[in-house]
Ligand binder design. Sequence first.
Ligand code: PLP
Length: 374
Amino acid sequence: MIYLDHAATTPLDERVLEAMLPYLKQNFGNASSQYALGRLSANAVISARDTIAELLGCRAEEVYFTSGGTEAGNWALKGACAAANGKHIAVSAIEHPALIESARDMQKFGYEVTFIQPDKDGVITPSAVENALRQDTVFCAVMHANNETGVIQPVEEIGRLLNERGVFYYCDCVQTAGVLPVPAAYCDALGISAHKFYGPVGFGVLYVKKGAKIKRFISGGMQERGLRGGTTNTAAAVGCAKALQLAVASADENNARVSALRDNFVKRALAEIEGAYLNGGGGKLPSHANISFDGCDGENLLFLLDMKGIAVSTGSACSAGAVTPSHVLLSMGLTESRAKSAVRFTFGRNNTEEETEEVLSALKSAVNNIRKVK
Ligand code: PLP
């Protein structure tokens, strides 16, 4: 199988599994228990939190464990709104559904939402953010890099602006953690998810800057300083810390390797397949290539590549039996047919040049076959 969907999830690193195993086997104690077995887990959790804090560039008491990026985004948006007085939320139109749907949830509680539109390259400009702000804006979300296009956003400038205006800024760093340094200094909160950097699925982190006002989202026991109830997933916390450590340590080397593979793939795909267009401009993550193929349906391409053992994705969503094109590509001004013809290829640290060749050849024949039938 050739796996080119690393933005969706990544395989668990063997070294991460090794670090987690003791806490799934003999050291299974509840980290809140008072006896030795519990203390063993509690110590592992403390050490994982310290490691993660250091790698994110923050303090251990600013790190809260969650079940992943979706919970981190929900908690940030709903928790910040609950702690503030205004009734206006600004969310970029290219956010993950974790933020878009959370904002829509709040509309039912009387909040007004502005979806900030990107430019044609898929960038949310600081001036677009500024134009969206109101006197009563309490929360703004602009992600670090988009999951569909890989386009990196000007988060430092946006962070400075929101800080000046006293608006809580959440930065979704799910696609960037372990790839780029995250902008903890410029935002009030950020979210990461372990399964995007070769760690375990179902575990993430919400960083909340000291002093930033946020209410709890999941009520329960006193875990996470009383702000997030639920028995701590010790093995996953250990795995997340280990995975982040490994990813950060090898980021430069991996980014260079992965972007070389991706750049070669994009160059060849655009040159050798007529009517192929790269979506999203400017600075991009090393892994992402989002390409539209005229006269093709992304879903059909995905299916034909899957038949050849190649895993890719489209940004389309399936609802009520109908395929809706990616909200990200549509917001960038792509026509519906161009958006529907898009396929996302995301490279990872284990991909090879030989795989790129194989994918290019499978892609060419899939595109030709679809066009012939049409
Ligand atoms: N935010 C972004 C940008 C993502 O790409 C994803 C997952 O694809 C999420 C949030 C959700 O993360 P999780 O799968 O950990 O809930």
